[in-house]
Design a protein around this ligand. Structure first.
Ligand code: A2P
Length: 346
Protein backbone atom coordinates (compact mmCIF):
# COMPACT_ATOMS: atom_id res chain seq x y z
CA UNK A 1 0.00 0.00 0.00
CA UNK A 2 1.45 3.42 -0.88
CA UNK A 3 1.83 5.66 2.13
CA UNK A 4 0.74 8.78 0.26
CA UNK A 5 -1.56 9.49 -2.65
CA UNK A 6 -1.96 11.65 -5.72
CA UNK A 7 -5.20 13.56 -5.14
CA UNK A 8 -7.17 15.87 -7.40
CA UNK A 9 -10.04 18.18 -6.48
CA UNK A 10 -12.44 18.86 -9.32
CA UNK A 11 -14.30 22.09 -8.52
CA UNK A 12 -11.46 23.32 -6.29
CA UNK A 13 -12.51 26.98 -6.48
CA UNK A 14 -16.08 26.41 -5.26
CA UNK A 15 -17.56 26.56 -1.75
CA UNK A 16 -17.05 22.83 -1.17
CA UNK A 17 -13.78 22.66 -3.15
CA UNK A 18 -12.02 25.28 -1.04
CA UNK A 19 -13.20 23.47 2.09
CA UNK A 20 -11.80 20.22 0.68
CA UNK A 21 -8.38 21.86 0.28
CA UNK A 22 -8.47 23.06 3.90
CA UNK A 23 -9.68 19.73 5.28
CA UNK A 24 -7.02 17.70 3.46
CA UNK A 25 -4.43 19.95 5.09
CA UNK A 26 -6.05 20.12 8.55
CA UNK A 27 -6.63 16.36 8.74
CA UNK A 28 -3.15 15.66 7.37
CA UNK A 29 -4.43 13.37 4.63
CA UNK A 30 -1.41 11.48 3.21
CA UNK A 31 -0.86 13.46 0.01
CA UNK A 32 1.94 12.96 -2.49
CA UNK A 33 0.61 15.54 -4.93
CA UNK A 34 -2.49 17.72 -5.06
CA UNK A 35 -4.05 18.87 -8.34
CA UNK A 36 -6.64 21.64 -8.27
CA UNK A 37 -9.11 21.54 -11.16
CA UNK A 38 -11.95 23.88 -12.10
CA UNK A 39 -13.48 25.45 -15.19
CA UNK A 40 -11.26 27.24 -17.73
CA UNK A 41 -12.47 30.50 -16.10
CA UNK A 42 -10.30 29.75 -13.07
CA UNK A 43 -7.20 28.37 -14.81
CA UNK A 44 -4.13 30.03 -13.33
CA UNK A 45 -5.84 31.11 -10.09
CA UNK A 46 -3.57 30.27 -7.16
CA UNK A 47 -4.82 28.46 -4.07
CA UNK A 48 -2.72 27.70 -0.99
CA UNK A 49 -2.07 24.22 0.35
CA UNK A 50 0.40 23.58 3.19
CA UNK A 51 1.98 27.00 2.68
CA UNK A 52 2.49 26.49 -1.05
CA UNK A 53 0.64 28.16 -3.91
CA UNK A 54 -0.90 25.71 -6.37
CA UNK A 55 -2.18 26.95 -9.74
CA UNK A 56 -5.70 25.84 -10.67
CA UNK A 57 -5.91 23.93 -13.98
CA UNK A 58 -8.86 23.55 -16.33
CA UNK A 59 -10.29 20.01 -16.17
CA UNK A 60 -9.09 17.70 -18.97
CA UNK A 61 -8.78 13.92 -19.40
CA UNK A 62 -5.00 14.26 -19.16
CA UNK A 63 -5.33 15.91 -15.75
CA UNK A 64 -6.44 12.59 -14.20
CA UNK A 65 -3.40 10.59 -15.34
CA UNK A 66 -1.50 9.22 -12.35
CA UNK A 67 -4.16 10.43 -9.91
CA UNK A 68 -5.31 7.98 -7.20
CA UNK A 69 -8.33 9.83 -5.80
CA UNK A 70 -10.51 12.55 -7.37
CA UNK A 71 -12.73 14.50 -5.00
CA UNK A 72 -15.37 15.89 -7.33
CA UNK A 73 -17.55 18.86 -6.45
CA UNK A 74 -18.24 20.73 -9.67
CA UNK A 75 -21.90 19.85 -10.23
CA UNK A 76 -23.69 16.86 -11.74
CA UNK A 77 -23.07 17.61 -15.42
CA UNK A 78 -19.32 18.06 -14.88
CA UNK A 79 -19.21 14.79 -12.91
CA UNK A 80 -21.06 12.97 -15.68
CA UNK A 81 -18.76 14.48 -18.29
CA UNK A 82 -15.54 13.31 -16.61
CA UNK A 83 -16.48 10.14 -14.67
CA UNK A 84 -15.39 7.74 -17.38
CA UNK A 85 -12.04 9.50 -17.91
CA UNK A 86 -11.43 9.42 -14.14
CA UNK A 87 -12.20 5.71 -13.79
CA UNK A 88 -10.23 4.84 -16.93
CA UNK A 89 -7.25 6.72 -15.53
CA UNK A 90 -7.39 4.32 -12.58
CA UNK A 91 -8.52 6.90 -10.03
CA UNK A 92 -11.31 6.52 -7.48
CA UNK A 93 -13.94 9.26 -7.93
CA UNK A 94 -15.57 10.41 -4.70
CA UNK A 95 -18.43 12.38 -6.17
CA UNK A 96 -20.28 15.08 -4.32
CA UNK A 97 -22.91 15.53 -7.04
CA UNK A 98 -26.21 13.70 -7.39
CA UNK A 99 -25.17 12.23 -10.77
CA UNK A 100 -24.54 8.64 -9.64
CA UNK A 101 -26.01 8.43 -6.12
CA UNK A 102 -28.94 6.18 -6.94
CA UNK A 103 -27.09 3.87 -9.35
CA UNK A 104 -27.16 0.39 -7.74
CA UNK A 105 -23.46 -0.20 -8.52
CA UNK A 106 -22.38 3.05 -6.83
CA UNK A 107 -22.03 2.97 -3.02
CA UNK A 108 -23.63 5.95 -1.25
CA UNK A 109 -21.63 6.36 1.92
CA UNK A 110 -21.80 8.12 5.27
CA UNK A 111 -18.80 6.66 7.14
CA UNK A 112 -20.55 6.73 10.55
CA UNK A 113 -23.48 4.78 9.08
CA UNK A 114 -22.51 2.38 6.27
CA UNK A 115 -18.70 2.34 5.89
CA UNK A 116 -18.62 -1.23 4.59
CA UNK A 117 -20.73 -0.29 1.56
CA UNK A 118 -17.67 1.55 0.16
CA UNK A 119 -15.79 -1.75 -0.35
CA UNK A 120 -17.99 -2.68 -3.32
CA UNK A 121 -17.16 0.41 -5.38
CA UNK A 122 -16.40 0.10 -9.10
CA UNK A 123 -14.44 3.33 -9.38
CA UNK A 124 -17.07 5.73 -8.06
CA UNK A 125 -18.32 6.33 -4.50
CA UNK A 126 -21.10 8.91 -4.11
CA UNK A 127 -21.25 11.44 -1.33
CA UNK A 128 -24.91 11.87 -0.33
CA UNK A 129 -27.01 15.02 -0.43
CA UNK A 130 -26.11 17.45 2.37
CA UNK A 131 -29.41 17.40 4.29
CA UNK A 132 -29.45 13.60 3.98
CA UNK A 133 -25.96 13.24 5.49
CA UNK A 134 -26.86 15.48 8.44
CA UNK A 135 -30.10 13.57 9.10
CA UNK A 136 -28.43 10.15 8.68
CA UNK A 137 -25.73 10.69 11.30
CA UNK A 138 -28.35 11.86 13.80
CA UNK A 139 -30.89 9.09 13.16
CA UNK A 140 -28.61 6.09 12.72
CA UNK A 141 -27.63 5.72 16.42
CA UNK A 142 -31.33 5.80 17.37
CA UNK A 143 -32.28 3.36 14.60
CA UNK A 144 -29.68 0.93 16.03
CA UNK A 145 -31.50 0.86 19.38
CA UNK A 146 -35.11 0.75 18.17
CA UNK A 147 -36.02 0.64 14.48
CA UNK A 148 -37.47 3.83 13.06
CA UNK A 149 -40.79 3.26 11.30
CA UNK A 150 -41.46 6.75 9.90
CA UNK A 151 -39.57 10.04 9.49
CA UNK A 152 -41.19 13.43 8.85
CA UNK A 153 -38.60 16.15 8.32
CA UNK A 154 -38.68 19.87 7.54
CA UNK A 155 -35.40 21.49 6.53
CA UNK A 156 -34.12 25.03 6.96
CA UNK A 157 -31.39 25.17 4.32
CA UNK A 158 -28.74 27.85 4.03
CA UNK A 159 -27.53 29.59 0.90
CA UNK A 160 -24.25 27.61 0.93
CA UNK A 161 -26.07 24.62 -0.59
CA UNK A 162 -26.30 26.58 -3.83
CA UNK A 163 -22.57 27.38 -3.89
CA UNK A 164 -20.19 30.24 -3.26
CA UNK A 165 -21.91 32.63 -5.69
CA UNK A 166 -25.27 32.10 -4.00
CA UNK A 167 -23.77 32.94 -0.60
CA UNK A 168 -22.36 36.19 -2.00
CA UNK A 169 -25.72 36.94 -3.60
CA UNK A 170 -27.57 36.76 -0.27
CA UNK A 171 -25.16 39.32 1.17
CA UNK A 172 -25.69 41.56 -1.88
CA UNK A 173 -29.46 41.12 -1.55
CA UNK A 174 -29.40 42.17 2.11
CA UNK A 175 -27.37 45.29 1.28
CA UNK A 176 -29.67 46.16 -1.65
CA UNK A 177 -32.85 45.71 0.40
CA UNK A 178 -31.48 47.83 3.27
CA UNK A 179 -30.57 50.53 0.73
CA UNK A 180 -34.10 50.45 -0.70
CA UNK A 181 -32.88 48.93 -4.01
CA UNK A 182 -34.09 45.89 -5.98
CA UNK A 183 -32.11 42.82 -4.81
CA UNK A 184 -30.21 40.79 -7.46
CA UNK A 185 -31.62 37.30 -8.10
CA UNK A 186 -29.24 35.26 -10.25
CA UNK A 187 -28.54 32.13 -8.19
CA UNK A 188 -32.04 31.96 -6.73
CA UNK A 189 -35.44 32.55 -8.33
CA UNK A 190 -36.51 34.96 -5.55
CA UNK A 191 -34.76 37.15 -3.00
CA UNK A 192 -33.59 34.98 -0.09
CA UNK A 193 -32.46 37.81 2.20
CA UNK A 194 -35.30 38.64 4.66
CA UNK A 195 -37.33 35.86 3.00
CA UNK A 196 -37.59 32.07 2.63
CA UNK A 197 -39.05 29.76 0.00
CA UNK A 198 -39.49 26.06 -0.75
CA UNK A 199 -36.31 24.53 -2.21
CA UNK A 200 -35.92 25.66 -5.83
CA UNK A 201 -35.48 22.24 -7.47
CA UNK A 202 -37.88 20.71 -10.02
CA UNK A 203 -41.18 19.40 -8.60
CA UNK A 204 -42.51 15.94 -9.51
CA UNK A 205 -46.11 14.96 -10.27
CA UNK A 206 -46.66 14.10 -6.58
CA UNK A 207 -45.70 17.63 -5.56
CA UNK A 208 -42.28 16.77 -4.05
CA UNK A 209 -39.21 18.70 -5.16
CA UNK A 210 -35.94 16.99 -6.14
CA UNK A 211 -34.26 17.85 -2.86
CA UNK A 212 -37.11 16.23 -0.90
CA UNK A 213 -36.93 13.09 -3.07
CA UNK A 214 -33.14 12.95 -2.50
CA UNK A 215 -33.72 12.90 1.27
CA UNK A 216 -36.26 10.09 0.89
CA UNK A 217 -34.43 7.87 -1.61
CA UNK A 218 -30.88 8.43 -0.38
CA UNK A 219 -31.70 7.80 3.29
CA UNK A 220 -33.33 4.51 2.33
CA UNK A 221 -30.21 3.52 0.35
CA UNK A 222 -27.73 4.56 3.07
CA UNK A 223 -29.73 2.77 5.80
CA UNK A 224 -30.37 -0.19 3.46
CA UNK A 225 -34.04 0.15 4.38
CA UNK A 226 -35.90 0.38 1.05
CA UNK A 227 -39.28 0.43 2.79
CA UNK A 228 -38.59 3.17 5.36
CA UNK A 229 -41.42 5.74 5.39
CA UNK A 230 -40.05 9.27 4.96
CA UNK A 231 -41.67 12.56 4.06
CA UNK A 232 -39.71 15.78 3.67
CA UNK A 233 -40.36 19.48 3.16
CA UNK A 234 -37.23 21.39 2.11
CA UNK A 235 -37.05 25.13 2.64
CA UNK A 236 -34.31 27.63 1.84
CA UNK A 237 -33.72 30.17 4.59
CA UNK A 238 -31.56 33.31 4.63
CA UNK A 239 -28.72 31.68 6.58
CA UNK A 240 -25.31 31.81 4.89
CA UNK A 241 -23.93 28.47 5.99
CA UNK A 242 -25.15 25.37 7.94
CA UNK A 243 -28.50 23.70 7.49
CA UNK A 244 -31.06 22.90 10.21
CA UNK A 245 -33.77 20.25 10.34
CA UNK A 246 -36.88 19.64 12.46
CA UNK A 247 -37.39 15.88 12.56
CA UNK A 248 -40.37 13.88 13.80
CA UNK A 249 -39.71 10.19 14.31
CA UNK A 250 -42.03 7.27 14.86
CA UNK A 251 -40.42 4.11 16.24
CA UNK A 252 -41.74 0.59 16.47
CA UNK A 253 -41.85 0.97 20.26
CA UNK A 254 -41.81 3.90 22.70
CA UNK A 255 -38.33 5.54 22.82
CA UNK A 256 -37.70 7.47 26.06
CA UNK A 257 -36.14 10.87 25.31
CA UNK A 258 -33.48 10.35 28.00
CA UNK A 259 -32.31 7.18 26.25
CA UNK A 260 -32.19 8.96 22.89
CA UNK A 261 -30.11 11.72 24.48
CA UNK A 262 -27.60 9.16 25.80
CA UNK A 263 -27.41 7.51 22.37
CA UNK A 264 -26.64 10.86 20.70
CA UNK A 265 -24.01 11.65 23.37
CA UNK A 266 -22.24 8.36 22.68
CA UNK A 267 -22.44 8.35 18.86
CA UNK A 268 -19.72 9.48 16.45
CA UNK A 269 -20.32 12.55 14.30
CA UNK A 270 -23.04 14.09 16.48
CA UNK A 271 -23.00 16.31 19.56
CA UNK A 272 -25.85 16.81 22.00
CA UNK A 273 -26.52 20.55 22.43
CA UNK A 274 -29.28 21.24 24.94
CA UNK A 275 -29.69 23.77 27.72
CA UNK A 276 -33.39 23.69 28.50
CA UNK A 277 -33.16 26.43 31.15
CA UNK A 278 -31.47 28.86 28.79
CA UNK A 279 -33.59 27.74 25.81
CA UNK A 280 -30.30 27.06 24.03
CA UNK A 281 -30.30 24.48 21.28
CA UNK A 282 -28.46 23.85 17.97
CA UNK A 283 -28.13 26.93 15.77
CA UNK A 284 -26.50 27.29 12.35
CA UNK A 285 -24.17 29.96 13.74
CA UNK A 286 -22.78 27.44 16.24
CA UNK A 287 -22.69 24.56 13.75
CA UNK A 288 -20.65 26.58 11.23
CA UNK A 289 -17.09 25.28 10.99
CA UNK A 290 -17.81 22.28 13.23
CA UNK A 291 -17.33 18.66 12.21
CA UNK A 292 -20.14 17.32 14.41
CA UNK A 293 -23.84 17.67 13.65
CA UNK A 294 -25.44 19.45 16.61
CA UNK A 295 -28.56 17.68 17.87
CA UNK A 296 -30.96 18.78 20.59
CA UNK A 297 -34.49 19.57 21.72
CA UNK A 298 -35.07 15.83 21.92
CA UNK A 299 -38.55 15.41 23.33
CA UNK A 300 -41.46 13.01 23.39
CA UNK A 301 -43.99 13.61 20.62
CA UNK A 302 -47.21 14.47 22.46
CA UNK A 303 -49.27 13.23 19.53
CA UNK A 304 -47.89 9.67 19.37
CA UNK A 305 -46.80 7.14 22.04
CA UNK A 306 -43.87 5.95 19.89
CA UNK A 307 -42.86 9.40 18.67
CA UNK A 308 -39.81 11.60 19.25
CA UNK A 309 -39.09 15.14 18.10
CA UNK A 310 -35.58 16.45 17.53
CA UNK A 311 -33.82 19.44 16.03
CA UNK A 312 -30.39 19.62 14.42
CA UNK A 313 -27.96 22.04 12.80
CA UNK A 314 -24.96 20.91 10.78
CA UNK A 315 -22.36 22.57 8.62
CA UNK A 316 -23.58 21.85 5.12
CA UNK A 317 -20.18 22.50 3.52
CA UNK A 318 -18.30 20.44 6.11
CA UNK A 319 -20.12 17.26 7.24
CA UNK A 320 -22.82 17.87 4.63
CA UNK A 321 -20.24 17.74 1.82
CA UNK A 322 -16.44 18.18 2.08
CA UNK A 323 -15.80 16.45 5.41
CA UNK A 324 -17.90 13.44 4.49
CA UNK A 325 -15.97 13.13 1.20
CA UNK A 326 -12.60 13.34 2.96
CA UNK A 327 -13.78 10.78 5.54
CA UNK A 328 -14.67 8.44 2.66
CA UNK A 329 -11.17 8.96 1.22
CA UNK A 330 -9.64 8.24 4.65
CA UNK A 331 -11.76 5.09 4.97
CA UNK A 332 -10.82 3.78 1.52
CA UNK A 333 -7.14 4.39 2.13
CA UNK A 334 -7.20 2.82 5.62
CA UNK A 335 -9.01 -0.27 4.35
CA UNK A 336 -6.94 -0.44 1.15
CA UNK A 337 -10.07 -0.32 -1.01
CA UNK A 338 -8.45 1.52 -3.95
CA UNK A 339 -8.76 -0.68 -7.03
CA UNK A 340 -7.00 -0.86 -10.40
CA UNK A 341 -9.14 -0.61 -13.58
CA UNK A 342 -8.37 -4.34 -14.16
CA UNK A 343 -9.70 -5.27 -10.71
CA UNK A 344 -12.85 -3.20 -11.37
CA UNK A 345 -13.39 -4.89 -14.75
CA UNK A 346 -13.23 -8.37 -13.18
P1 A2P B 1 -15.12 27.86 -11.49
O1 A2P B 1 -14.85 28.58 -10.21
O2 A2P B 1 -13.98 27.92 -12.46
O3 A2P B 1 -16.46 28.22 -12.11
P2 A2P B 1 -19.86 26.22 -6.31
O4 A2P B 1 -20.56 24.94 -5.93
O5 A2P B 1 -19.37 26.99 -5.14
O6 A2P B 1 -20.67 27.04 -7.27
O7 A2P B 1 -18.53 25.76 -7.12
C1 A2P B 1 -18.58 25.01 -8.29
C2 A2P B 1 -17.18 24.51 -8.67
O8 A2P B 1 -17.30 23.74 -9.87
C3 A2P B 1 -16.21 25.62 -8.99
O9 A2P B 1 -14.90 25.22 -8.64
C4 A2P B 1 -16.33 25.74 -10.49
O10 A2P B 1 -15.20 26.28 -11.12
C5 A2P B 1 -16.45 24.30 -10.87
N1 A2P B 1 -17.08 24.15 -12.19
C6 A2P B 1 -18.28 24.62 -12.59
N2 A2P B 1 -18.52 24.29 -13.88
C7 A2P B 1 -17.44 23.56 -14.29
C8 A2P B 1 -17.06 22.94 -15.51
N3 A2P B 1 -17.86 22.95 -16.58
N4 A2P B 1 -15.86 22.29 -15.56
C9 A2P B 1 -15.06 22.26 -14.49
N5 A2P B 1 -15.35 22.84 -13.31
C10 A2P B 1 -16.52 23.49 -13.20
Amino acid sequence: MPDSYNVAIMGATGAVGTELVQLLEARDFPIKSLKLLASPRSAGTQLEFKGEAIAVEAVSADAFKGVDIVLASAGGSTSKQWAQAIVEAGALMIDNSSAFRMQPSVPLVVPEVNPDAAAAHRGIIANPNCTTILMSVALWPLHQIRPIRRVVVATYQSASGAGARAMAEVEQQARAILAGETPPTESFPYPLAFNLFPHNTPINEQGYCEEEMKMINETRKIFDEPGLSISATCIRVPVLRAHSEAINLEFEQPFPAAEARTAIQQAAGVKLVEDWQANYFPMPIDATGQDDVLVGRIRQDLSHPNGLELWLSGDQIRKGAALNAVQIAELVVAKQWLKSPAAIAR
